[in-house]
Ligand binder design. Structure first.
Ligand code: SAH
Length: 280
């Protein structure tokens, strides 16, 4: 849909875009077409669209998949979707973070940016073959960032663990109505097997603990986040000893944001050993 058509449709239904729900509608058909192409849909695919809004993207999915599910929370949007696509798609009303996801092969979605992180991990835990998602540019940068760069964060480490992620295109605000204040990016996510074996729960609490001090050396970050990393506290002197003895020596002086996901896994594994040693 072009800008004029979007405005007319909203007017006809007497609804205004809600900022709180991230209602920014794509008004560039070229970009929508490219998003759908990136997904490489086939008639065997079950497709999920999250936050379908007034259906600007949905209309380009019709007839290109075996089945299309859309999830939408807003009542006004749901009225429009029902009128436009009744019978052609399965509409699931509700909050995507609360409902149980249907099984799907691919998702193509312009998601509400406010829920980028919990939504991405909900999708990755559910499983799929390929996702083409539009995020706020800053979020996308953090998602794909490499070790040692300014955007490398907990999010980058977690994304790397679960998927291959890359930015396909950057989008300026004008391709949406209303225009958001930020740039956006189309990202491809392809889930993969974990790149190394590690106790996941432990790994992510170590990563969270260390990345609250991402510019410090591993030694100082580990001391500052001792409880998060080791699971309990000791007196300060004991904690120092544990950090010196149980973390890989060669990483102690390295800054946290320079540690690769693999090195972080190595650190996590050594901790387990030290746990057992100190408990003896
Ligand atoms: N895909 C459309 C609309 C994107 S706007 C387009 O590109 O034009 C994001 C949409 O997500 C809005 O329709 C909003 O109502 C919906 N939304 C926001 N939070 C949601 C949530 N928690 N669960 C489901 N849908 C949500």
């Amino acid at each position: 849909m072009k800008l004029q058509e979007v405005k007319l449709l909203l007017k006809k239904y007497g609804v205004r875009p809600k900022h709180k729900l991230g209602q920014n509608f794509l008004v560039s058909e070229d970009i929508i077409r490219r998003q759908v192409e990136h997904a490489e849909l086939s008639k065997r695919d079950v497709v999920l669209e999250i936050g379908a809004g007034i259906g600007t993207l949905t209309e380009f999915l019709i007839d290109r998949a075996k089945k299309i599910y859309v999830i939408e929370k807003d009542k006004g949007m749901l009225r429009i979707l029902n009128d436009r696509f009744d019978g052609a798609i399965e509409i699931i009303p509700g909050d995507v973070l609360e409902i149980e996801l249907p099984d799907f092969d691919k998702t193509v979605s312009n998601i509400p940016y406010a829920i980028s992180s919990p939504l991405t991990f909900k999708l990755l835990k559910h499983g799929f073959k390929k996702a083409i998602l539009t995020y706020q540019k800053e979020f996308a940068d953090r998602l794909v960032a490499a070790p040692g760069t300014k955007d490398y964060s907990r999010l980058s480490v977690a994304a790397y663990y679960y998927a291959d992620a890359r930015i396909l295109e950057t989008l300026p605000p004008e391709v949406f109505y209303p225009s958001p204040k930020v740039n956006s990016a189309i990202v491809e996510l392809i889930p993969k097997r974990p790149p190394f074996e590690v106790d996941e729960k432990k790994y992510f609490s170590v990563v969270a603990g260390l990345f609250s001090h991402r510019r410090k050396t591993l030694r100082n970050a580990a001391l500052d986040s001792f409880a998060a990393i080791f699971g309990r506290e000791y007196d300060k002197r004991e904690q120092r000893k544990i950090v010196e003895n149980s973390l890989p020596k060669e990483f102690l002086e390295k800054r946290v944001f320079r540690l690769t996901p693999e090195e972080l896994a190595e650190i996590t594994k050594r901790l387990r050993i030290s746990f057992i040693n100190t408990q003896k």
